[in-house]
Design a protein around this ligand. Sequence first.
Ligand code: CA
Length: 665
Amino acid sequence: MIKKLFRTFSLAFTGIIATAFALSGCSGVNKVDITPLPKVESAGLYVKRVESLKNDFILGMDVSSIISLEDSGVSFYGFDGAKRDLFELLGENGVNYIRVRVWNDPYDSEGNGYGGGNCDIEKAVEIGKRANANGMRLLLDFHYSDFWADPSKQMVPKAWKGMDIETKSQALYDYTVECLKKLRSAGVDVGMVQIGNETNGSFCGEKIWFNIQSLMSSGAKAVREIYPKSLVALHFANPEKVSNYEDYAKKLNYYNIDYDVFASSYYPYWHGTMDNLASVLSDIAEKYNKQVMVMETSYAYTGEDTDFFGNTIGDGGTYDKPYPYTVQGQANLVRDVIDTIANKTKNGIGVVYWEGAWITVGGSSYEENKALWEKYGSGWATSYASEYDPNDAGKYYGGSSVDNQAFFDKNGKALESLKVFNLVRYGNEIKPVPDALEDVNLIVDLNGEITLPATVNAVMTDDSKQPVPVTWNVTESDIEDMKNGGVRKYSYTGNAGGMTAHCTVSMVEYNYLKNYSFEDGDDGWVVKEYGKADELYVEDKKTDSLTGNKHFHFWSASRDSVDFELEQTVENLPSGSYRFSISIMGGDAGDTEIYAYVRVNGEIAGTAPMQITSYNNWDTASVDINGFAEGDTLTVGIRVKCSGSGSGAWGKIDDALLNSVKNVE
Ligand code: CA
């Protein structure tokens, strides 16, 4: 159990080990029984059953802000409107773990809280007791900071500033022991302890892995001694950056850090696809024989903000929106993440939803709410945090950024989606009905026909799609305006089955390419293969497309097998000057030779180099052609050659444009 590091520092630790050993015999902690309750009633929520879900599969909820919310006057209500304790409601609806973050000292020199729930160990003890009393185990999330720790910041606690790594490791160990003893004395059942929060290559003010591993090992050691039956988790973010995850897991293994669970955040609007999540976590589980889980996830049930402080996601924005922002959409996201970890990921043990009850403190203005956030710490940060974190909290302090991702409406009443934690075990596959409408995005050439679609896709409650007839609020004169208004974007609404449909029309320059965005499959395009790639085809996946629903996809497992050209020849192109552009994204590519090209009568007339780096980082290149003569043959395309970096080079190509330009410089 004693790791490499402690041998080096054995003198410093001998006394502590002896003390901890003596105390571990007098634990008054009883394991909370998390056997699932019978199916709850739900007439309205569609839930597809998650197969073979184990009784102890972790269905967690982070409610770290709860005490500050209650202090601010927030109450919670059941589905029938009766006032209830939050923990009772969570326990009754299938939540079996409560997660709580712990900051060392989230207070300024005057004792004013930094906010975000002012989460110190005393609050964690209280939350732990309430969780246990309602049939839920505690998951403790040590940030080892005085305030928020995440990929963008891992600030050292005030009291540990300036310590060398040996002293800091000892301080972290002592602090962890002290906190865990408080929980143990209170009899709290702690199922899992996290050493650090979203520690993407930095932790507690340290950026060198030798130091990071020393701190992590010290924390893990404290857990093993005080709560020997608890799991030790390490937590990272950005699973879409696959090579980073591979690197973290490799480092943890290299330094022989004692941990059980490799945990990841998964916010679907930022963190790539669930397939990618399952794949990256499975690889780590397999290679290092670890358990894996989603430590944080969440989704919006509405686009609206309810506390006068802007939200992380909402109406508008450029992030992925794989489910509608509805109560059903939120439940579907939760169900699918659970299914991904339970059935598609090796050694997947659970999913925790982040801050599912962080609703508005209920004031009718920003000022009213601000007074409560400042007094009780019920917003994400108070002005008092500026002393510790002047650049972020000090500037942008305020309320909840996730009130629209809670399982409670602005009045604290439980939403039907809360039942998903229970219903995933049993299923509630009622008749699907339309839940939301997909937005329509039309791209029309300046000299093209403007025809608004006769139907829009309804997203059904089971997340399938069905066309519904639509009537657009667009007049003849609107159409004339669009025809004559040049390059511009227009927005319209319509009525489809009683719901409001949204359509944007982007008027663009005439594109001489056919099927420029692959929406009609490979029509018009020719693929020339020089290698033997495993996958080369048009893929129907909106979240991986630059525009529309489709794009050209490539992937290949073996090295040097991705090597192809994708091109289109344009017939009867008039004389003139043109600009060809195309976009690509991808990753794991190793050495690459990627370029956009133009051929005139079969001879290369221009190229532009391109790069692929990581998911959703699109690279767009353009090639200009001057003085093209009618009767010549113009071919435009992209050459892609990748050596691959081990896990298979992959990429997506989209949006090929060939526009006329008056004078190309
Ligand atoms: Ca808000």
